[in-house]
Design a protein around this ligand. Structure first.
Ligand SMILES: Cc1cc2nc3c(=O)[nH]c(=O)nc-3n(C[C@H](O)[C@H](O)[C@H](O)COP(=O)(O)OP(=O)(O)OC[C@H]3O[C@@H](n4cnc5c(N)ncnc54)[C@H](O)[C@@H]3O)c2cc1C
Length: 359
């Protein structure tokens, strides 16, 4: 909890939303920059990494550590420099006025000169018996993270889009066989990825089928499947299950307020700026490509450094609150235009170094 003895300022310098790797890193950097930051954890304390059994690919920890352990270390380090933590979930942000307003499900209301949005994403789950029980012990949502644990094993991948097939191909580096289980009779993945998969000697395909349970005793030994055309059921032996049936950004707070891409991720420029000046974003809420602890940490660091710069520039231009900051050059936004076509929304981002005309 935030320290009761140190009352919060009427207007926070910055509020960080989310307690995944991006959030803790933004907290560490803004705390060390003397911004007296406040982090609101959200309902999923620690984010996705907290449901990770073992993290082996985060630098600095040659002995693998569990996801919850890594979260505690990140928190401890940020708190050491003064990060205040609130165990609460944000229900609304107001972005068309400054200071911004943040409201929570516990009825709190905060004002802040800047926001760092680190609300992350979540994998779409199969929601079948055994999935939760074996998560981190044979069921995975990240081939880059866990493929290494399956050397010489047989695997199944559930899904038929680009991610499923690309990750399946990646898993062939370790596994002796990779079976793709897909609910349709053709892959949705792009042609080049499909062609590579069909040509690969270790890949096999189970069409028109869904997984109905993950089975095992201590570790995964098989999945049960059902053919949705014939109704036929089967049991497929496997040592691991990689699930790629979608990745959902936690974007409920942003609809109609901040620019989102066609998949619902916040659009940011290389300086982690959203289309509203003073609102930055980091981690999987704006990154659908890399999706790692290390990359989320890097983006949290970048967002924090830019926040510090934004606040310093506003102050140097004479902003001390009480006036509309849109008068100040630093407040000018980068230009993000979102073009909607009948089937698809495309986003173009232009990022002038400095826009001198007030927004
Ligand atoms: C099972 C699994 C295993 C993984 N293993 C690895 C691994 O071994 N190595 C690796 O590098 N990566 C791994 N990853 C990926 C890694 O966990 C993510 O890339 C990383 O956690 C993303 O960090 P983030 O800070 O962007 O967001 P997240 O970790 O998604 O955290 C988002 C945070 O935002 C909060 N939030 C959401 N909405 C609100 C709201 N309205 N108000 C307040 N807070 C909110 C949530 O409570 C949560 O704390 C794994 C992922 C999964 C699912």
């Amino acid at each position: 909890m935030a320290d009761e003895k140190a009352p919060r300022p009427a207007v926070e310098e910055t509020i960080i939303i989310g307690s995944g790797p991006a959030g803790w890193t933004a907290g560490l950097y803004t705390a060390r920059a003397n911004l007296n930051p406040l982090l609101i954890t959200g309902n999923d304390y620690g984010g996705q990494v907290s449901i990770t059994y073992e993290v082996e690919n985060y630098p600095g920890f040659p002995e693998a550590l569990s996801g919850p352990e890594l979260v505690e270390k990140m928190k401890e380090q940020a708190e050491k420099f003064g990060l205040a933590v609130e165990y609460d979930h944000v229900s609304e942000i107001v972005t068309d006025q400054h200071p911004f307003v943040v409201r929570t499900v516990n009825g709190k209301e905060y004002k802040a000169k800047s926001l760092i949005l680190c609300t992350g994403a979540r994998p779409r789950f199969l929601q079948v018996p055994g999935e939760q029980q074996f998560t981190g012990k044979g069921v995975s949502y990240c081939a880059t993270c866990d493929g290494f644990f399956f050397r010489g094993k047989e695997l199944v991948v559930v899904g038929g889009g680009d991610s499923a097939v690309e990750e399946g191909l990646f898993l062939t580096k370790f596994a002796t066989k990779v079976r793709i289980i897909h609910r349709r009779d053709e892959l949705r993945a792009s042609k080049i990825v499909r062609d590579r998969a069909f040509a690969h000697p270790k890949m096999e395909f189970v069409w028109n089928s869904v997984v109905t349970s993950v089975n095992g005793n201590g570790s995964v030994s098989s999945v049960s499947t059902k053919n949705i055309v014939t109704g036929e059921t089967a049991e497929i032996k496997t040592d691991g299950v990689f699930v790629y049936i979608g990745h959902l950004p936690n974007n409920d707070l942003y609809h109609g307020k901040l620019h989102l891409d066609e998949d619902g991720h916040l659009i940011t420029d290389k300086k982690m700026r959203t289309n509203v000046p003073g609102i930055f974003a980091a981690g999987e809420i704006q990154d659908k490509v890399f999706k790692q602890v290390a990359t989320s940490v890097g983006q949290g660091c970048s967002a924090a450094m830019q926040t510090e710069k934004f606040l310093a520039e506003l102050e140097s231009e004479g902003y001390h609150g009480g006036v509309d900051p849109r008068e100040f050059p630093s407040y000018a936004p980068f230009v993000a235009t979102v073009k909607t076509t009948a089937t698809k929304t495309t986003a173009t981002v232009t990022t002038p170094e400095r826009v001198l005309v007030p927004a």
